[in-house]
Design a protein around this ligand. Structure first.
Ligand code: ADP
Ligand code: MG
Length: 277
């Protein structure tokens, strides 16, 4: 019998994940039979798979404890990629504090803590557990920034306060995709906290192919050195006012992979998976 691998997604009535078919087709070329399954489907026999690749569980943010319990349970019966410990660490952006890498200057307000951060021109306030800019605001109004941070902290969440970097609208965020530790491709992603992000074709799951600069490769590889056990990684970079690259986040849980943008990208993922098995 051949190798069989679960492609783990969520109940996706609107078809947001448009990479399923291209991934499973590329796996087939490597002799891997892929099956598209929902992470929260109680009928799935995870032990029947040689591995489960977490791809697009895009409803986990509101159900993180349940999702992580699922990950640990699943990992006890099959190979989970990325591993449950990585998912646990990566789904709360407080991991950014522990990395030996430059990040966007961030003021942290923990659950129940008093709100305290310096005056900035323009603020981004976001919860440490989020995806798709959920509960994230951009404002020049300090009172609004304070109120949002206070609301998050009062609700038992960790708030992150950052300067708004307008380079995300000019140069754009650069995302480098690595499969099995090898660079596959990179894209320039659209800015998210702008009016146009709500229009079709403008969200930050759209972009264009981009060749990273050497300093961006160097930073991405330094960050990934801390996560040697991952199958897939997307390193999202911005540039600070002084031009130096900084991490906005490293997506090791549910990144959109921009596979249609680069010929061979899906094959790169399939090859990395075949090698991992
Ligand atoms: N400090 C910032 N300056 C400018 N844009 C930001 C900033 N933080 C977040 N954004 C925008 O919001 C998007 C989502 O923020 P991010 O920190 O990546 O969280 P997540 O993707 O997990 O929701 C980014 O891709 C970027 O477009
Ligand atoms: Mg992001």
């Amino acid at each position: 019998m051949g190798v069989s691998v679960a492609y783990v997604t969520f109940a996706d009535p609107d078809g947001f994940d448009d990479e399923k078919e291209v991934v499973v087709t590329a796996w087939a070329e490597e002799g891997i039979a892929g099956e598209i399954v929902r992470w929260d489907d109680p009928e799935v026999d995870w032990a029947a798979f040689d591995a489960a690749v977490v791809r697009t569980p895009w409803d986990y943010v509101e159900r993180r404890a349940e999702f992580l319990a699922w990950a640990h349970r699943t990992e006890s019966v099959t190979r989970l990629l990325n591993p449950a410990a990585v998912l646990e660490r990566n789904t709360d952006k407080t991991y950014l504090r522990e990395l030996d890498a430059p990040i966007i200057p961030t003021y942290w307000v923990g659950a129940g803590e008093a709100v305290d951060f310096p005056v900035l021109d323009e603020y981004v306030v976001k919860p440490s557990i989020s995806a798709g800019a959920r509960d994230t605001i951009r404002t020049r109004d300090r009172e609004e920034a304070e109120a949002h941070a206070a609301r998050l902290a009062a609700g038992g969440r960790t708030a992150m306060i950052q300067p708004y970097l307008d380079m995300v609208e000019s140069e754009g965020e650069t995302s480098l995709l690595y499969f099995g530790g090898r660079f596959s491709h990179a894209v320039r992603r659209n800015a998210m906290l702008v009016e146009s992000a709500s229009r079709p074709g403008q969200g930050n799951d759209h972009g264009e192919l981009r060749v990273p600069e050497p300093d961006q490769f160097a930073l991405a590889e330094r960050v990934l050195g801390e996560f040697p056990e991952v199958l897939y990684a997307r390193v999202d970079l911005v540039r600070l006012a002084d031009g130096s690259p900084a991490l906005i986040e490293v997506e090791l849980t549910e990144p959109y992979l921009f596979l249609r943008y680069a010929p061979g990208a899906a094959a790169n993922l399939a090859r990395a998976l075949a090698e991992a098995l």
